[in-house]
Design a protein around this ligand. Sequence first.
Ligand code: ZN
Ligand code: ZN
Length: 256
Amino acid sequence: MEACILGAHQSESNTFHFTSILVDHHLAIDAGGLATGLSLAGQRAVRYVLITHQHWDHVKDLAGFGFNRLHDGPVDVYCTDEVRRIIEANLLNRDYWIDFFDGLGAQQPIFHHRTASPGQHFSVSQYQITTIPVNHSVPVMGYQVVDPVGRALYYTGDNGPGCGQHWAAAKPDVLITEVTYSNAFANEARRFSHLCPSQLQEALEVFRDARGYIPRVVALHVNPDYEDDVRREVADVAQKLNASIEVAREGMVIDV
Ligand SMILES: [Zn+2]
Ligand SMILES: [Zn+2]
């Protein structure tokens, strides 16, 4: 299984994008950078989108992506019923632009909503999926994706201090999580339920105590204001834990 980081940040510009991951060219997890981080041909190859929660930086490109898919057949979009309701109330609706969950005149809907709930197991394409709830300012569920030969990728979604106990529900070869703030902003991280590197270390220690190992870790959702410090502090955590922990960049390809 191969995972490509389309967006590795909590914000966007002409050089970086909101958070999105693409598995084996056809399964996306979160859609913050699903259009801006991927060519038109690449977007047309996507058949499934898994959404962790409704925050703008995770769903924003559903609009551009849906538009680019108008002539390419439906896409299955997995999220809770509540997240679909919020997306349709605020982003994808006819007051604002186009509701891709709804038909366009005689045309079939572009997005087929597949209800996913926390703590479920189901299959998507050739993968076994587990939804794992974590602590954030709104309900979030991460996704563990296991391929046919048993290799496992776990993307936590946004989460804050205390998330390690939730991660222990997964048994990944590669764990992708967020590190939004640098250590100087640990209080902000706690207040907004995000992680800084020292809080990542605590979460990985909780995971290690529960599971007996630390998987390869990739951090994303970095606030660009703090990126230099985040990269330095994450390298310190990797050294302390004797673990492989990388901070993602757009275009990074992970061989799971
Ligand atoms: Zn969020
Ligand atoms: Zn976010």
